[in-house]
Design a protein around this ligand. Sequence first.
Ligand code: PLP
Length: 275
Amino acid sequence: MQDPSAPHLNVLDLAATRGDGVFETISVGGAAPQALEHHLRRFAASAAMLDLPAPDSATWRQAIRMVIAHLDSTSALTNGAEAWVKTVLTRGIEGDGRPTGWVYGTLSGDFSSERTTGIRVVTLDRGFRHDVAATSPWLLAGAKTLSYAVNRAVAREATRRDADDVLFVSSDGILLEGPTSTLITRTGDRLCTPGPDLGILDGTTQASIFRFAESRGMSTLSAHLSVDDLAASDAAWLVSSVRLAAPIRAIDGIPFAVDTDFSAAMNAFLLAQRE
Ligand code: PLP
């Protein structure tokens, strides 16, 4: 185990110079990594899209568990503290030909306000058509790459527009995802999320929530949605690891109803998840 504040990364590592690599951020609840196998599958899928060597899942699984055990040395996680773990795989030092990888973990911040009061979102044009993944796979839509400067820039744009988060829309008007989250809408007892064919991330939290909803007799589907579809739904959330389910309480400055009960049920389910 290493001190994360000590120097580790070579200045020529392509993660630092080009953002050339992939990562995962995994929630830790009750000292257990949540949706670990889904995260590892997505990590491998992202690496394949970037032509990086396939990550050895057994080694990463073991490293993740070691970091969690280290974080839980005082049993804070076993006693309910939330945490997260990040796995990073880069193309390595320029010219060296060997990848660099590490796992980092820390305690989570407090997201109780986002999970209960909710978040105000603005819709922003991502600048690509909804079928970008099929037409232009080299743009890596749907890979979780380290190149998140745009995802951070849109968060600043949201702040400038007096909002908390962003919902990306394709240039032809199809809702996509948040910069670090997946959209779920509820209409009656049906949950809907933008489909995986849209060049968006295959969300682990959304998948867990769909399993939860189905176990309660709700129906779930993936579909193409417009901003009007979102506005016409009964409730909606941006869901992600760590922050979990954040109900949307305003869209482009217009107040939107928060489903307090289902938000609480989803977050309780996610917090109780142990694998
Ligand atoms: N979409 C993007 C672009 C993300 O970066 C993330 C997570 O960081 C998500 C969706 C949500 O994925 P998950 O629920 O697996 O955290």
